[in-house]
Design a protein around this ligand. Structure first.
Ligand code: BGC
Length: 757
């Protein structure tokens, strides 16, 4: 495609028409010039290709496809390779189905366990979310299919999702809500970005020039096109000017007309329209040039892949007395509706029409040591005494009881938030009764987001399966019976109760205003700082084997923030079973003037180890591993000091630690000195100190410093006290306390001189 030639040949009306969808899923064609329309589809853990009757809510049927683990589950793999493989599978399917772009990954931060779409999101931690999203994008795009990283940005609630205004301070945005997008845009280069429904600090994301142009394009170098979330456009003309290229799905032509009108009356430049056309066509062209419709889509093979990957995502949370794995000959009572009809994906636009679903009971077919009872229903929350009694009776006769429980669809979905963190009462009652009937009770959870676990002490085993995709049953069998050694880790903290969550007091917002009051203290950054008791910490997960980490080596003892630091550590499988360990690297910041978390995740590697095998894992840390966002500089800033390099089992269990001295090379901006500047803050300004010191000592004297010991004056005020008082004294105090040594006007003159230099 000669895009410049096409632009020059197009009428303004044709150009404007290209800036909105043809229907729910297509970009527009311009037949006269041979520009084809291209199709996109929801996902991203599979295809939701709707042939007819498109909708963005997952209502109408789409083609049969393969449903891989949803993001909540795949994030628990802590494994870029798992995400890459899902991406490749989805990319192949897109080529086969003539889809140019898959709408995902969704990388919004899990601010609260209540967000209805948490099952589609990766983590409470931006580093992890960014790494995993990048891997998925690379996987899909290796097949020459585009991705649309979404929902840009600060879209962490469903409540009032199309009107709420996320009010987030600059530092919190940069440190928590933007980095996953930033990482993916810079490293994996998604073909497209989808802006979110919400406003960000007062302006809709769909018409926010700071977000779509300043940050995304100018700072991060994004080159693809930005599309709106479905129906996210408010003022289309403002949107084009801000950098929103494609409106989806369509406005029936009315917004295209507004664009034409705005160009004609000089409100919008034609060049802005050309630029959007250019971006959209370059992606259309890229897809067209690389089409491979004869790519095979082997759904059976992908089902097996989905099972294998889902097994690597499951998190073993409790394994008292090594109740797991279950041995071959043991009699097992499998209990729970989800064991027959699993919940394996979430509701809404990411809902996939799976060509096959394999439940745990399907996966156990032919095993004569298995009995089954339903235990609960998902239609009602009310405990069903008959179902519970039947399950308890069955459990009593078995060696072990496995209860498959979790959240029914109605409890969490796109479009609304949860109102509490509890499981249905019927399941809680069932678990308690079965656990009394059989001491070897194991619970498997299928849910998209953390739940409260009041019954945890009654059961010996707990596996968090999240929403594991269509082959979740097989994956569950593999983990429970030890065909796969569990290696998932929690990508989010499980608090004891909802009220412990840092956003609890302000989540959802007041009216349309959602103030992100907890700032950077999201997830473990909050719980760890507070030393709060949590049910399971971020990064937690057990294994059927044991691992040991040793020999933490830092490439240098001291680095400048312009250099990189290499860190290596040995990890060994010290048990008898092969398995995967997740090595987590946290950085503990040096003391500084802003509030910082105790530690932050800055490196993750997953390694497979045979029994007795030892491998060295290496990380490379750069400036960003140490920096915080400086609101005065409007940039990343490293405070010079000693930083802890910590290797953790999870965010709470640090196994090894060493210290590196990091020298920050950026100077903090000099503060203007005013009469209200306090002495303490003068310390950073050598020149002002020098000029004002003589006057300061006079003030010190008047405050009682240096009185001879034993006198009444020295008893009334010690030197420490007067020093402390001096620290917080504004410079105008010199006028009040120096006994007329300087007047207010003279002080102001002096400061003028200091500020000019
Ligand atoms: C969702 C998006 C989705 C789009 C298209 C919207 O409601 O927020 O995630 O891609 O619909 O279905």
């Amino acid at each position: 495609m000669d895009i410049e030639k096409l632009i020059s040949e197009m009428t303004l009306e044709e150009k404007a028409s290209l800036l909105s969808g043809d229907d729910f899923w297509h970009t527009k064609a311009v037949e006269r010039l041979g520009i084809p329309r291209t199709m996109m589809s929801d996902g991203p853990h599979g295809l939701r290709k709707q042939a007819e009757g498109g909708d963005h809510l997952g209502i109408n049927d789409s083609i049969k496809a393969v449903c891989f683990p949803a993001a909540s589950a795949s994030a628990a793999s802590f494994d870029r390779d798992v995400l890459r493989q899902i991406g490749e599978g989805v990319g192949d399917a897109c080529q086969h189905e003539n889809l140019s772009v898959i709408l995902g990954p969704a990388v919004n931060i899990k601010r609260s366990p209540l967000c209805g779409r948490n099952f589609e999101y990766f983590s409470e931690d931006p580093y992890l979310a960014g790494e995993l999203a990048s891997a998925l994008i690379k996987g899909v795009q290796s097949r020459n299919i585009g991705t649309s990283i979404k929902h840009f940005a600060a879209n962490s609630q469903e409540h009032r999702r199309m009107s709420s205004d996320s009010v987030v301070d600059e530092r919190t945005l940069r440190e928590i809500y933007l980095p996953a997008f930033e990482k993916a845009v810079k490293e994996a280069k998604p073909w497209t970005v989808m802006c979110s429904y919400n406003k960000l600090n007062g302006e809709y994301a769909s018409q926010n020039p700071w977000l779509l142009t300043e940050v995304l394009r100018k700072e991060w170098g994004f080159e693809g096109y930005v599309m709106s979330d479905w129906g996210a456009v408010s003022d289309r003309v403002k949107g084009v000017a801000a950098g929103l290229d494609l409106e989806m799905p369509a406005s029936g032509g009315s917004n295209d007309e507004r664009i034409v009108k705005a160009v004609k009356n000089g409100e919008l430049s034609e060049e802005a329209v050309n630029e959007s056309v250019r971006r959209i066509l370059s992606i259309v062209d890229r897809y067209e040039k690389n089409r491979k419709p004869d790519t095979p889509w082997d759904m059976e093979a992908q089902h097996e892949l989905a099972a294998k990957l889902a097994a690597q995502c499951m998190v073993l949370l409790k394994n008292e007395d090594n109740v797991l794995p279950i041995a071959a000959g043991e009699k097992v009572a499998v209990i729970g509706k989800f064991a027959r009809v699993p919940r394996y994906q979430g509701g809404g636009s990411s809902h996939i029409n799976s060509f096959r679903v394999e439940s745990l009971m399907d996966a156990l077919a032919g095993n004569e040591n298995i009995t089954y009872a339903q235990g609960y229903d998902i239609i009602t929350e009310e405990p069903d005494e008959a179902l519970i009694a039947e399950a308890a009776e069955l459990a009593a006769k078995a060696d072990k009881a496995v209860i498959v429980a979790g959240l029914p669809d109605s409890f969490e979905s796109e479009g609304y938030d949860r109102t509490h963190m509890r499981m249905p009462a019927c399941q809680t009652a069932l678990i308690e009764r079965v656990a009394r009937a059989n001491p070897n009770t194991i619970v498997v959870l299928y849910n998209g987001s953390p739940v409260e676990l009041p019954w945890i002490d009654c059961v010996k085993g707990l596996v968090e399966g999240y929403l594991g995709g269509q082959a979740v049953g097989k994956a569950t069998r593999m983990v429970l019976w030890g065909e796969e050694n569990p290696s998932g880790r929690l990508p989010e903290t499980f608090p004891m109760q909802l009220e412990d969550n840092p956003s609890y007091l302000s989540y959802g917002g007041e009216g349309n205003t959602a103030i992100y009051t907890e700032g950077v203290f999201v997830g473990y950054r909050y719980y760890d700082k507070k030393k709060m008791n949590v049910r399971f910490p971020f990064g937690y997960g057990l294994s059927y084997t044991t691992f040991a980490c040793s020999n933490l080596v830092l490439g240098k003892e001291a680095v400048r923030d312009t250099e990189t630091l290499t860190v290596s550590v040995d990890v060994e499988n010290t048990g008898k079973t092969a398995g995967r360990e997740v090595v987590q690297l946290y950085v503990a910041p040096a003391p500084c003037d802003v509030f910082r978390p105790v530690r932050e995740l800055k490196g993750v590697e997953k390694v497979y180890l045979a029994p007795g095998e030892k491998k060295t894992v290496t990380f490379t840390l750069d400036k960003r591993a140490f920096a915080y966002w400086h609101q005065g500089l409007h940039d990343w800033f490293v405070k010079t000091g000693a930083y802890g390099i910590q290797i953790g089992k999870d965010s709470r269990s640090i196994l090894l630690e060493k210290t590196v001295q990091v020298e920050g090379t950026t100077e903090e901006p000099a503060q203007t000195v005013t009469v209200d500047t306090i002495f303490m803050d003068l310390v950073k300004n050598a020149q002002a100190m020098k000029a004002l010191e003589p006057l300061m000592s006079q003030v010190m004297g008047s405050l009682g410093a240096g009185e001879p010991e034993g006198t009444a004056a020295s008893e009334a005020i010690s030197d420490e006290m007067s020093n402390a008082m001096m620290q917080y004294m504004p410079l105008r105090g010199i006028v009040s306390f120096s006994g007329g040594a300087i007047s207010f006007d003279q002080l102001q003159e002096m400061l003028k001189g200091i500020n000019q230099k």
